[in-house]
Write a protein that binds this ligand. Structure first.
Ligand code: NAI
Length: 407
């Protein structure tokens, strides 16, 4: 392991071409002794981004309270769709893209990966730890895996390949890791901090399952969607309803109960396997206080915290416009797709292996899968035909707690 990660050169490959990839490519390129390459396999993104860099500046603008406060004009050294150009010689490979695309990237980078490389999910989302073994085989044990609970920034692309805005930067973020059998090419506890700068302050410790448990959108978003639409009478609405701010007391209780099931699950795992550190798993109300304390007017209960959290101002349920200008819910968005396939099914699958009942999670999942026309939970088990498109451990043939821990 590098003794002084601050001085040695780091080569980072950012996989993805969206908002987060844009922001980090500028931010990481501005760190000392850092080479940044971007690998994007999506359509013609690599060509367009590369062309744009050749023509002019690449700007990342930072905002505070809606006001622009600073900007960076540093560029990645390479943007390519060719893993043979991006991966060899790199230290850190980071997935900064929606979880459904991870599989494609793992297949693409596999031939060029070497023992000791560090694969980072920023964020990796739930089940990030199960996929590499299935695709990389033995190599997955020789690389180091690190997963973070979210993206450090709220960020939006401005002009593709040219500029993006960082609207907010988190104060703190949690991550977990599994060190590979080959010595990591950089210190995996600190290298991502070095590549993102001072904020958010990263705590990187514990078993990777912690981040799966704390992939909170899996239960926040799905509880809110259930709360709003499970009893809906089918009549189109005049306006798009607020997403977080319109949660009902029953919805907040459901989310609270789902979070308690996740906590019980982690406590059960730690009881059966005392060496497994899942201590980063916390109750959803504590998570809100940790992440958004200054933005929440009333954090006395989960219900009030969600309804008074200012970062959620203006956010509405994803809706589709009807011919007569009214609104009906759109269940094909990421709150019901990604957050189920790379979220709720993963947690439910772990619970099934551990032998823990999760009635509230089951209630949400059963209703959501029906809306999606999918079959995940069948006869109380995660055995439906669509489990193969999720990252639930069942998809990878994992059947025991020991296998989950050893992954
Ligand atoms: P994004 O929505 O900007 O990602 C789009 C990119 O994903 C595309 O540019 C393309 O490179 C890739 N992509 C899209 N469809 C693809 C396909 N069919 N095949 C292959 N690649 C495809 O994502 P963003 O905003 O950069 O977020 C990355 C991750 O960070 C996501 O998991 C997101 O939930 C999470 N996140 C994002 C935040 C933000 O402010 N942008 C905040 C917190 C979390």
């Amino acid at each position: 392991m590098s003794a002084d990660c601050g001085d040695s050169k780091v080569t980072l490959v950012i996989c993805g071409g969206g908002n987060g990839a844009h922001a980090w490519s500028g931010i990481a390129s501005s760190q000392p002794n850092t080479e940044v390459r971007v690998l994007t396999l999506f359509r013609d993104e690599a060509q367009r981004w590369s062309d744009s860099l050749q023509k002019g500046d690449f700007t990342v603008s930072f905002y505070q309270n809606g006001e622009k406060c600073s900007e960076l004009k540093t560029k990645p050294s390479l943007v390519t769709n060719d893993p043979a150009k991006a991966i060899p010689g790199s230290d850190v490979i980071a997935f900064v893209l929606p979880a459904f695309a991870h599989e494609q990237y793992l297949h693409a980078i596999k031939p060029f990966m070497e023992p000791g490389m560090i694969l980072v999910g920023l964020p990796g989302q739930a089940g990030f730890e199960f996929q590499p073994k299935a695709i990389l085989g033995d190599l997955s044990n020789q690389i180091t895996l690190v997963n973070y609970e979210s993206l450090p920034w709220a960020t939006r692309l401005n002009e593709f390949g040219k500029s993006c805005d960082v609207l907010g930067t988190k104060n703190a973020m949690m991550g977990a890791l599994k060190i590979g059998s080959a010595t990591p090419k950089q210190d995996p506890y600190t290298v991502v901090q070095r590549l993102i700068g001072e904020k958010p302050v990263l705590t990187t410790k514990g078993h990777l399952l912690t981040v799966t448990m704390m992939s909170v959108n899996a239960y926040i978003h799905t509880s809110i969607v259930y709360d709003k639409w499970a009893e809906w009478d089918g009549k189109p609405l005049d306006e798009k309803p607020a997403f977080y701010h319109a949660i009902s007391q029953d919805g907040a209780t459901l989310l609270c109960n789902a979070s308690e099931e996740v906590l019980s699950l982690t406590q059960d795992i730690m009881q059966h396997s005392p060496g497994t550190d899942l201590s980063g798993t916390i109750h959803i109300l504590d998570w809100y206080k940790k992440c958004y304390a200054p933005e929440i007017e009333d954090a006395s209960t989960l219900y009030t915290a969600l309804r008074t959290c200012k970062v959620y101002n203006g956010l509405t349920h994803p809706m589709t416009k009807t011919a007569d200008g009214k609104w009906v819910p759109d269940f094909t968005n990421r709150y019901t797709t990604e957050d189920v396939m790379f979220g709720l099914t993963v947690i439910r699958g772990i619970a099934e292996i551990v032998g823990m009942a999760t009635p509230k999670i089951d209630k949400i999942l059963t209703w959501t899968q029906e809306k999606l026309g999918k079959k995940y939970l069948v006869d109380g088990k995660l055995q439906g035909e669509d489990v193969k498109e999720t990252r639930a451990p069942q998809r990878y043939g994992l059947t025991s707690l020991q296998e989950l821990i050893d992954i």
